[in-house]
Design a protein around this ligand. Structure first.
Ligand code: ADE
Length: 238
């Protein structure tokens, strides 16, 4: 998987690309992420990336030329990328979209900024994506959120396959079960007995029940959806 990011604030990605699971995936060559400064694709003396909106109004709009130039330059060779534009009014990002995107060989993420992006940029875009119903100052954090969720799904990026499977939202979208580590009792709070029992079947069924219970409590619509699609077993429905 290769991801190209187009942004006017490339420095924001520095830590994200160096640290932790994502940093390791990149340094070990499992995935390739290249962050490009849109300003580097300007041709004028002042390297201008934005301009006032036609028709007036507040704020600035990202100009089309540098973005098209970046796209042309970066797609001269190799596979054409699947292009995302981060926008607060885009399609809402979720685990299903992350799974779909993780199967693409190449992605490009254009980080929206300011009051918006010149509408003509959207002719390059396959999907406008929002990470939630709130407005951020730009699309850089959303790009990192999307990359984090997508890259951890690439085989070999997460060390432990189990941790993927047990994760919230990966078993049919059910929320994750509660986890404990040592000590067995901390400030009067005890680890549930079953987890200390060493009885794997019992532990598995306790975890499944906890997972269902938590989902029913916090996200009942997920359970309703699974029921409608017939994706819950008889036992689980009880
Ligand atoms: N840009 C600003 N806010 C955003 C959001 N919530 N999602 C994606 N891009 C954004």
């Amino acid at each position: 998987m290769r991801i190209d990011v187009l942004t006017v604030l490339p420095g924001l990605f520095d830590c994200f690309l160096k640290e932790g699971v994502i940093g390791k995936a990149i340094s070990s060559g499992k995935v390739e992420v290249k962050v490009h400064n849109i300003r580097d694709f300007t041709t004028d003396k002042h390297r201008v990336v934005d301009d006032v909106p036609y028709g007036g109004g507040p704020g600035m709009v990202l100009k089309p030329e540098p973005i098209f130039r970046a796209y042309d330059e970066l797609t001269k060779e190799g596979e054409k990328p699947y292009v995302l534009l981060t926008e607060p009014w885009g399609e809402k990002f979720n685990q299903e979209m992350a799974v779909e995107l993780s199967k693409k060989p190449r992605l490009m993420i254009i980080c929206g900024r300011y009051e918006g992006v010149d509408e003509r940029v959207k002719s390059l875009v396959d999907r406008e994506v929002s990470i939630g119903d709130y407005v951020l100052t730009g699309g850089e954090l959303p790009a990192m959120v999307i990359m984090d969720a997508v890259l951890r799904l690439i085989p070999g990026v997460l060390g432990n396959l189990e941790s993927l499977r047990a994760d919230s939202f990966s078993d049919r979208g059910l929320l994750g079960y509660p986890n404990y580590t040592r000590p067995a009792e901390f400030r009067g709070m005890k680890v549930p007995e079953v987890l200390l029992s060493g009885h794997h079947k019992k532990i598995e069924s306790w975890r499944k029940e906890q997972s269902l219970r938590k989902t029913l409590e916090r996200r009942p619509e997920i359970i309703e959806n699974l029921k409608r699609k017939g994706l819950l077993t008889k036992e689980e429905l009880e």
